[in-house]
Design a protein around this ligand. Structure first.
Ligand code: DMJ
Length: 641
């Protein structure tokens, strides 16, 4: 899914986490440190005093605030006072007042006692020699360092790791195919090496300016998005030195305790998905640990009156909010509906059911809601639980929600029937209201806007060709043939959208209007930003049909990317695919390494590399193994508490 208005950010690097033993190079520094320590003690005693005094002030409020947990937030809040602004804060009145007074008194006494104790300790400290204080500081520091190390390395509960089949290899027998595959690997090297030189640690690369780049989806921090997103592609291509390099950066630098507001969806699909895939492929614990640490930071986003998460969350404060451009303060279907795969794996790996509960809560809520014409609108208000504008799309804002319904079923080894039913229902409504054939015979997926079909299809919606063939087996009333055909028709339409341009690369969005077919009309829709969806669909169709045309089309796209997007410093998007002299946008998107190049590589590999009956790809092309557990049995897994 896309987010309009991606703002460039100024780059601030995360200082590397220094876990080595602290050193005291010279005496002056030591003196300053101990003096600071004493001052700190006095200051903390003073703050405690002030804090205590605050509690002795007369209580002007009759109300006491309580912060409730997620389970409680469904209790309706009738007071439209101050607390109403904060969905997690409720006011309690009347009958419990006596109990609250006693509680306050107990707290005051505790603060008084703590405050006296702190003063005593400060006095004691002042009696000590500098050496003694220095030794104490050293001991404290060592303790903290030790605690941090143990926390980082704390093993997660052992779970039966699924059968990991086809994690490497896939070399085709045919010489021509081998060469093509090698070429894609070389393109990956070019993208990675330049990022390594010019953008290392930044989220993305500006291949022409040769410096780091970021957008607001990653917040204000440099979290090495390209590193995390690229890991599994490096792994399957056998680029082991590069993989280890990325792993080292993650071990030493990837830190989520930053004051940065990130997109929950993007961070989930790129970071959690990327880390989990890297963990399953390589078996390196660090990736699992980092994925879990990050997931913890996303959980506060679910603290809304309905449990539908905010689009963005501040990783440090846990405060969430929605995009300013979204209809009536709504959360976005493709965002809150694209968490399921990663969150189920997190519960599976940690034994902690919280992640599973969060996504199942979303599913249950959606199941209960009325759907206009059976369609899911793109917008849902997390405060009221009501739909926003009645817009439905299989492209931006809607896309991966449908994808994750199907993949939840596949990932559960086809036992999550609830997910399959939701997928089948949704696809039926989409076919009825959104899918049409143009005059020239091209099947397209339009966008539904308040009861009206806009005959426009986005590049993002081209992924649906792959989704239809992936879902063919197991379809309602055994319509496998129909869905294979539908997938093939979408692939053909999307190929036409590439073929009708000067660069043989597809525009962001194309129309079907009278004589205009599969062509972008507005200047603002003519760009290609290295997106994967069309190649993704070619790959799924190749795997399910083995029709050579999909390899041919994939190769056409690879050559066009090489010719028009490759620059000395990496790969760049282009601003107008209809102009034969391309202007570059100077951004190497992280999904180019995660998805576009991975799908191309798989297209020219044999089917035993990441076979689809053992792996399910998340929406950022990160492969996750099929779990032989369903939503019904996950809670019975001994590892799940
Ligand atoms: C990727 O981040 C994912 O595929 C997402 O689901 C949609 N958009 C981009 C790539 O175009």
């Amino acid at each position: 899914m896309t987010t309009p208005a991606l703002l460039p950010l100024s780059g601030r690097r995360i200082p590397p986490l220094n876990l080595g033993p602290p050193s005291f190079p010279h005496h002056r520094a030591t003196l300053r440190l101990s003096e600071k320590f004493i001052l700190l003690l006095i200051l903390s005693a003073f703050i405690t005093l002030c804090f205590g005094a605050f509690f002795f002030l007369p209580d002007s409020s009759k109300h006491k605030r309580f912060d409730l947990g997620l389970e409680d937030v469904l209790i309706p809040h009738v007071d439209a006072g101050k607390g109403a602004k904060n969905p997690g804060v409720f006011l309690i009145h009347g009958p419990d007042e006596h109990r609250h007074r006693e509680e306050e008194e107990r707290l005051r006494n505790k603060i008084r006692a703590d405050h006296e104790k702190a003063l005593e300790e400060a006095k004691e400290k002042l009696k000590k020699s500098r050496e003694e204080i220095r030794a104490e500081i050293q001991t404290e520091k060592n303790k903290v360092v030790q605690e941090m190390k143990t926390k980082e390395k704390k093993p997660l509960p052992a779970v039966p790791i699924p059968n990991l089949i086809g994690t490497h290899g896939g070399e085709p027998e045919d010489n021509d195919l081998r060469e093509k595959r090698e070429k894609i690997k070389e393109m990956m090297k070019h993208a990675w090496d330049n990022y390594r030189i010019y953008g290392w640690g930044h989220n993305e690369l500006r291949p022409i300016a040769r410096k780091g780049h970021s957008t607001n989806i990653f917040g204000s921090s440099q979290m090495g998005a390209t590193i995390v997103d690229a890991l599994d592609t490096l792994y399957i291509m056998g680029l082991h030195d590069e993989f280890r390099d990325g792993q080292k950066w993650i071990e030493n630098n990837l830190d989520f305790s930053v004051n940065s507001e990130v997109s929950v969806f993007e961070v989930n699909i790129r970071f959690i998905g990327g880390l989990l895939a890297a963990y399953y492929l390589s078996g390196e614990e660090i990736f699992k640990i980092k994925a879990v640490q990050l997931a913890e930071k996303l959980l506060p986003a679910f603290n809304t009156p309905t449990g539908i998460p905010w689009a963005m969350v501040n990783l440090k404060s846990g405060v969430g909010r929605n995009w300013g451009w979204a209809s009536a303060g709504s959360s976005i279907l493709a965002e809150f509906g694209t968490l399921h795969m990663e969150f189920v794996h997190l519960s599976y790996l940690t034994g902690n059911p919280i992640y599973y509960k969060k996504v199942m809560h979303i599913r249950k809520l959606l199941q209960k809601m009325d759907r206009p014409n059976g369609l899911y609108p793109n917008y849902l208000n997390p405060r009221t639980g009501r739909w926003g504008q009645y817009h439905t799309s299989v492209g931006g804002l809607g896309d991966s929600f449908y994808e994750y319904l199907l993949k939840a079923w596949l990932m559960s080894d086809k036992t999550d029937h609830e997910a399959r039913k939701m997928y089948d229902d949704a696809i039926e409504a989409i076919e009825k209201h959104l899918i049409r054939k143009s005059r020239g015979g091209l099947t397209f997926i339009g966008e539904w806007k308040n009861g009206h079909l806009e005959k426009k299809m986005g590049h993002l919606a081209c992924f649906a060709g792959g989704m239809f063939v992936l879902g063919a087996d197991g379809s309602r009333m055994d319509q496998a043939g129909h869905y294979l055909e539908l997938g093939a028709e979408i692939a053909r339409t999307c190929h036409e959208s590439y073929d009708r341009t000067a660069l043989k690369l597809g525009p962001e969005s194309f129309k079907f209007d009278g004589a205009v077919e599969a062509v972008a009309v507005r200047q603002a829709e003519k760009y290609y930003i290295l997106r994967p969806e069309v190649i993704e669909t070619y790959w799924y169709l190749w795997r399910f049909t083995h029709d050579p045309r999909y390899r041919e089309w994939g190769w056409e796209a690879a050559l066009a990317i090489e010719k028009y997007c490759r620059v000395t410093g990496g790969f760049s998007g282009v601003k107008d695919v209809y102009s034969s002299t391309p202007t570059h946008d100077d951004v190497q998107q992280s999904f180019f390494l995660a998805e576009t190049l991975k799908y191309l590589y798989l297209l020219f590999s044999s089917d035993d590399l990441l076979p689809l009956d053992h792996w399910v790809f998340n929406t950022e092309a990160h492969p996750l193994p099929v779990l032989h557990l369903a939503n019904t049995t996950l809670s019975r897994n001994p590892a799940v508490r």
